[in-house]
Design a protein around this ligand. Structure first.
Ligand code: 5GP
Length: 209
């Protein structure tokens, strides 16, 4: 791919984007009770933003990981033509750890973190499946009157037509948070770089440091 179609992002840049978004979240008084990182791209931003969301005297926010892959990325043939790409769950919530150390997700503020919103397929899947999970628990525990609030944080939202939607309630209330909206080009993240020095120099040259 030609240089102009690729955008390099440095670790420093990611650190600062996480800091900016944490300030926004704290200013809105929406510090999450739990962070759910979509592996692998959401893990580093999730870990960084957790530090910026730390409040003196409060416990560290727990992070759980869920693994989602697109059929296409796994090299599998897509069987569901009508909805385009299909998502495969490769890892899901650890209910043992949740129950032991945290309680359930019911009534909590939940921040879902990923690195990039491209076609929106993955985020749509994550939100709708997590919402279902909460409704199931509510019915099971007879706690149907508690509100669970989902937010999303991505480093980058690609400005392009999306293949799936997120709840209007989330978008309209400022709970879909993209640190940056970028043109539709390939984003190179530092964790994939073979030569991190060269990568960082390119990021700097593109103003992403
Ligand atoms: P979706 O199309 O579901 O929004 O994005 C699916 C996944 O594709 C993302 O979580 C990310 O892992 C990967 N992806 C999409 N666009 C890019 C990109 O520009 N750079 C990188 N490194 N990964 C991307």
């Amino acid at each position: 791919m030609a240089e102009a179609e690729r955008m390099c992002i440095s670790y420093n840049n990611i650190h600062k984007l996480c800091q900016k978004v944490a300030k926004y979240i704290l200013a809105r008084n929406e510090r999450p009770d739990i962070i759910i990182a979509i592996t692998g791209g959401g893990m580093i931003p999730a870990r960084i933003i957790r530090s910026f969301l730390k409040v003196k005297g409060q416990k560290n926010i727990p992070i759980q990981a869920i693994g989602l892959s697109l059929y296409e990325d796994l090299g599998l043939k897509n069987s569901v033509e009508t909805i385009g790409k299909e998502v495969i769950r490769t890892q899901w919530l650890d209910f043992g750890a949740l129950n032991q150390h945290f309680d359930s997700l019911i009534g909590k503020k939940i921040l879902i973190v990923d690195e990039v919103d491209d076609t929106r397929t993955t985020l749509h899947y994550a939100v709708s499946e997590l919402e279902k999970e909460v409704v199931e628990q509510q019915n099971l525990l007879n706690r149907t009157n508690e509100d669970t609030v989902f937010s999303i944080f991505v480093l980058h939202n690609k400005d392009k037509p999306k293949k799936a939607e997120l709840p209007d309630s989330m978008i309209n209330s400022g709970r879909y948070i993209a640190a940056q909206t970028v043109p539709d080009m390939w984003l190179c993240y530092p964790w994939d770089a073979e030569d991190i020095e060269e990568h960082t120099e390119q990021a700097k040259a593109q103003g992403n440091d």
